[in-house]
Design a protein around this ligand. Structure first.
Ligand SMILES: Nc1ncnc2c1ncn2[C@@H]1O[C@H](COP(=O)(O)OP(=O)(O)O)[C@@H](O)[C@H]1O
Ligand SMILES: O=C(O)C1=C[C@@H](OP(=O)(O)O)[C@@H](O)[C@H](O)C1
Ligand SMILES: [Mg+2]
Length: 184
């Protein structure tokens, strides 16, 4: 059973997932890193050479494997929710958190990043708006929780997520400090 992050490219899945795993002392894996290791090249190169549908086929296999077998924190790629079968597997096998970011916020974070093939277009902001419109309902349908990632820092978001996981019974609650002893 994993804590699984979904959300737009640049919403913080990899960064927040890694930090959360560190805080909880759990193993962390990013499905994109597993895909790149399996392909032996970057996702960007594979997209350019083989096209998106071939990438989605590999992604589906890797998500099936990790959602069944990984015990810890799992960061997915932004398109992990596109296929119905992936949405089903992630929702049924893990505890899914949607990092919900406005297109403006993610644009600020990833505009200089050339490693994200879907954003290498003339108007990346328009592309992000379109991705948000089409995917927001899919991320919501897959997730057990939605966390808005507008202003808070990564560290604050990690704290908010830990509180949310405790409240929903996904983590053992922190031990209460002992009640003060009555003075004798
Ligand atoms: N809440 C946040 N505030 C500021 N910067 C952030 C926040 N979340 C992520 N980032 C930064 O945005 C960039 C993209 O984050 P990343 O974890 O790669 O996103 P994803 O895996 O969802 O595509 C990174 O440089 C990361 O440090
Ligand atoms: O949104 C998408 O369809 C994709 C997002 C990427 O991951 P990030 O969300 O970590 O950028 C990566 O899986 C691939 O480039 C496709
Ligand atoms: Mg990522």
């Amino acid at each position: 059973m994993s804590i699984i992050f979904v959300g737009l490219p640049g919403s913080g899945k990899t960064t927040i997932g890694r930090q959360l795993a560190r805080r909880l002392g759990l193993p962390f894996v990013d499905s994109d890193h597993v895909i790149e290791a399996r392909l032996g090249c970057s996702i960007r190169e594979f997209f350019a050479r083989e096209g998106e549908e071939n990438f989605r086929d590999v992604e589906q296999q890797v998500l099936d494997d990790l959602s069944l077998n990984h015990q810890g924190v799992l960061a997915t790629g932004g398109g992990a929710v596109l296929r119905e079968v992936n949405r089903q597997h992630l929702h049924d096998r893990g505890h899914v958190i949607y990092l919900r970011s406005a297109p403006e916020d993610v644009y600020r974070r990833v505009r200089h990043d050339t490693g994200r093939p879907l954003l290498q277009v003339d108007d990346p902001m328009a592309r992000l708006r379109a991705l948000f419109e089409s995917r927001d309902p899919l991320y919501r349908a897959t997730a057990h929780h939605v966390i808005d990632t507008g202003r808070p820092s990564v560290a604050t978001l990690v704290n908010m997520i830990i509180m949310q996981l405790e409240l929903s019974g996904q983590l053992p609650a922190k031990p209460q400090s002992p009640a003060p002893q009555a003075a004798s």
